[in-house]
Design a binder for this molecule. Structure first.
Ligand code: PMP
Length: 292
């Protein structure tokens, strides 16, 4: 992924893609002192960009890292990187990490670095193909309790569990894994939140030990706006037997219907379609003008 043309914003400057390198003794690499974002731009506009910048700051603060840039500076840097790469529809990956001055668990004085990369990442499936639904397996790896990890931060360290779960799922021929939380309730997929339709209502796990996705929050709002009742609660795995439709939400995944989880089968239908269509409109529409 490193050997290509393009520009990456690194610590305040645009550098050539191939030259955006760091030292092997970087604290972020050894001890996972790294936080990141995943965002999408549509028609040249970053969807909820400021919310993503604020979440990056929240994640950094949670790990005791003070970012050397303000929200407005991050927003401007993201827009600049998008434009410098000549892209209007793209995925953005801001990342912040502790540098290489000191090596050891403690690295209080290490410089906090920030970089922003952007690349084209089209929806993998067409809307029609998406309606067939992806295949998920249930993972043995669970989301940790809030007492074991900073579960609300988008922190690199938490993704060790996701990569383990996703690699195993892929090796078994599935597209992704659905993970339980530390109590055995349904939590989320490896890079997306989950929604389940039962009796015409949408149910989604309470985000008390995993990322409360920006797409998740958008989907809740859009479903309600379209007259679909949404319930946030703890969901037991056996309730999947009563589900008629299931979908995942995430910046990269957008709204992705699910056709299969373990022995359960679902037929993506009107609820999936309503939320998919509403999301696709929402991300492309111009933000409301703010009254002066
Ligand atoms: N959970 C995990 C583990 C994720 O990586 C993501 C993607 N950032 C999400 C949920 C969804 O978050 P968002 O909708 O903000 O992209």
């Amino acid at each position: 992924f490193h050997d290509r043309d393009g520009w990456i914003w690194m610590d305040g400057k645009l550098v050539e893609w191939r030259s955006a390198n760091i030292h092997v003794l970087t604290h972020g690499l050894h001890y996972a002192s790294s936080v990141f974002e995943g965002e999408r731009a549509y028609n040249g506009r970053i969807f909820k960009g400021t919310e993503h910048s604020k979440r990056l700051e929240f994640s950094a603060t949670t790990l005791g890292m003070k970012l050397p840039y303000s929200t407005a500076e991050l927003d401007a840097a993201k827009q600049l990187t998008l434009e410098k790469n000549g892209l209007t529809d793209a995925y953005l990956r801001p990342v912040a990490w502790r540098g290489s001055e000191m090596m050891g668990v403690s690295a209080q004085a290490n410089t906090i670095h920030v970089a922003i990369a952007v690349w084209e990442w089209p929806s993998y499936f067409s809307a029609e193909a998406k309606m067939k639904g992806i295949r998920l397996t249930l993972s043995d790896w669970r989301r940790p309790s809030p007492e074991s990890a900073p579960v609300h931060a988008k922190a690199a360290g938490l993704y060790m569990i996701c990569t383990l779960a996703k690699h195993k799922a892929e090796a078994e021929g599935y597209q992704d894994a659905l993970m339980y939380d530390y109590r055995g309730y349904i939590a989320e997929a490896t890079g997306a939140n989950v929604f389940i339709a039962i009796d015409g209502k949408l149910h989604t796990p309470t985000a008390d030990c995993f990322l409360n996705g920006i797409t998740r929050q958008t989907a809740i709002e859009l479903a309600r706006r379209n007259g679909i009742e949404v319930v946030e609660r703890h969901i037991k795995p056996e309730e999947l037997a009563n589900a008629t439709e299931v979908f995942l939400t995430g910046t990269a995944a957008e709204i992705t219907p699910v056709g299969e989880i373990g022995q359960h089968r679902f037929a993506p239908a009107q609820i999936c379609k309503t939320v998919m269509d509403a999301y696709s409109d929402e991300v492309r529409k111009a933000p409301k003008a703010v009254a002066a």
